[in-house]
Design a protein. Sequence first.
Lengths: 168, 249
Amino acid sequence: MLALIRKPKVLFLDEPTTGVDVVSRKEFWEMLKRLKAEGITIMVSTSYMDEANLCDRIGLMLDGKILSVDSPAATVAAYPEPLFAIKSERMYNLLNDLRSLPYITQCYTFGEFIHIAINNEVSPETTLLPHLHEKGHQHLVFGPTQPTVEDCFIRLLNSTNKNHSNDN
Amino acid sequence: MITDEIVIKTNQLTKRFGDFVAVDAISFDVYRGEIFGFLGANGAGKTTAMRMLCGLSKPTSGQATVAGCDVYSKPEDIKKNIGYMSQKFSLYEDLSVAENIQFYGGIYGLSDKAIKEKTAELLAKLGLEKEAKTLVSSLPLGWKQKIAFSVAIVHNPRIVFLDEPTGGVDPGMRRQFWDLIYDAADKGITIFVTTHYLDEAEYCNRVSIMVDGKIEALDSPQALRTQFNVPTMDEVFYKLARTAKRSDN
């Protein structure tokens, strides 16, 4: 609130909600919405991707470079390959098994699921799922899922890291 | 890898500061190898509860044993059996990566030979061989937190307490951090962790949610979602925590 004493044109907020719980974060973002309605421009950094969704436009920055700037909807729409969500009873084993497969291009935990992107030439139904059954995974839940801003960010991070390792 | 051996047991554990009941008669068990998520709004009493379990603060009433040691009579024995890291303090910024590992190895009572081996092992595991002599202050937060976690378990403790270990860490690094947690749990180290990123609550075997000093819910993430009839842990938390009367702001 102190940042507003002298009604500014632009408000810079550097990770204002780090270490803040869900309820207080919601209230904080309600306040930002009201300030925006008053015509104040807000530039905010965050590591919570649900907050990125609430911005008009988001820039993803890594190693001093801006990797993309766009609206959340356009950022998500630009995700280049089909994304799937999968879970089983033994998530840590599933994560390791998926990571060892060459045709899985992205693989990371995402809440109760693991998100994976699969090489377009491979059919998950005839290749991936039989393989996982063979590995002893039971009660698999598998299906396509919509990418989120968080998926886009992780993908950019991973592809940039891969380029890094090529440099070395 | 969860076992049925209990490593943390609390019964009606309470801490009062004057008239204020920071922790109000909490009772729960945590099992060896379990990843236990200890959630709650800011000011709910999580840190006070954790301080009691770490042997740093004497309870007002109730019972608790941690790694088989009583919190009233054996707080020093508890400290030998646990690791601890927090978002706010973890490493010495003006020591290098290798010096931090050596320092904590010494604090936790490892031999010189073990410290040397552990230092090499950790640097290799984290892919930080080239950064061994780099001052911690110049590293990104995500790297610091991974080193801090590795240091907190350098003495192979029975339990590690993590107080918001991923606060302010980006989504990619948070997942790398959780890889380290899974790996430690798989080796039988019990993980007791707080977080405000509710996707991380899903990575826990069981989760408790504290509201105004009391534990209002405790179960697996799936069971809690079913119990509250909502699709995400975010909404479970919101339903419970919005009724809170107090906050630390």
